[in-house]
Ligand binder design. Sequence first.
Ligand SMILES: Cc1ncc(COP(=O)(O)O)c(C=O)c1O
Length: 399
Amino acid sequence: MTVVTAPGGPRANARPFLYGDEITALARALESGQYGHGAETEAFERELAAYLDVPDVVAVATGTAALHLALLAAGVRPGDEVVVPSLTFCASVQAIAATGARPRFVDVDPATLCTTADHLRAALTPATRAVMPVLYGGRAIDLADVREHLAARDIAIVEDAAHAFGSVNGLRRVGATGDLTCFSFDAIKALTCGDGGAVVPRTAREAAILRRARALGIPQTRAERGAAVSYTVEGAGFRYHLSTLHAAIGRVQLARFPEMETRRRSLWITYETALREIENVTVVDLDVANTVPFTCTVLVPAPLRDEVHTRLRAAEIAVGVHYPLNHLQPAFRSWASPLPRSESLWRQILTLPFHPAMTANDVHTVAAALRRTLRLTTSTTYAEATAPDQDLDHLKAPR
Ligand SMILES: Cc1ncc(COP(=O)(O)O)c(C=O)c1O
């Protein structure tokens, strides 16, 4: 079948991408009459494990649920601290808050927008129970320098790899490096289930804890529950299973994933080439050879960013700013201390339209609009900065 998603072009910042076969798979799942956790979910788990080359994967309802359960499985409890970059989607922080733990916000490296081993090490306190590196844009993070130190202090690494399905870390895929790793399969991710997520557990015991917790704390399988007059509830639990309907979509997406890797990589390379020569634009590097890119993010001079954003939006180029800093959010402020480096970096961030149905032509349209807008914005800003304070009459339009 051919691609069925409407193109969207530069008018969409991000969009789902369907190959067509998802519709047949979804119809089959609907006809089966089994919509909850089922055989499709378990087949999807096995296929994910084979793709990542890991012993097991636990599928869940969302990426946020994956993070929440992974933290619980790592033993994070009320009063603990979890180190997390402020520059992430608020879901990372809400998952920490849901366990009763406190987020401890850290900076990111301006070259990658990811936390480094040094950032994590510097933020550890006696209360730290886990660190949550966020693989911004899909880029893997090398934690070799801090891994032993964390293990010695019994601090878990819970990777927020929501953006990074398919990317490579060293010689293995993200998820296969021995840490608790969480993926999101929501609508705009490289692999979508509509909504969905998954955790790669470190041990069989952890897998059992995750499976029980995603099913309201009930350890018995659906078949076991059906055959018996009762079941047991043996621990904290949530309704976090991945439905058959969502798993059916995900299985088609996974089978076609090599195509997605190629599309996203080539789109990012086209962007990088088109943006390279534009004055006042720095492309945030994604290590594209090892990454399935989720975004194309650029840095522009801080005094121009907001106006460039407004002008491009007005021209129907759907730029964004990923993400509003979490330590400045009203809900998280009580846990925050100032992060001036993140704050000044944030003022430069612009995320460009990036989704697999975009063509090279769309990329050139965005690059040209960005170049034009920056020139225009720079000259307006300089005119304002150099105009004499008292006498602005000469800038007024003639009547
Ligand atoms: C960095 C990050 N973490 C977590 C999530 C949460 O994933 P989900 O939307 O599947 O709950 C997202 C979603 O976009 C994300 O970008």
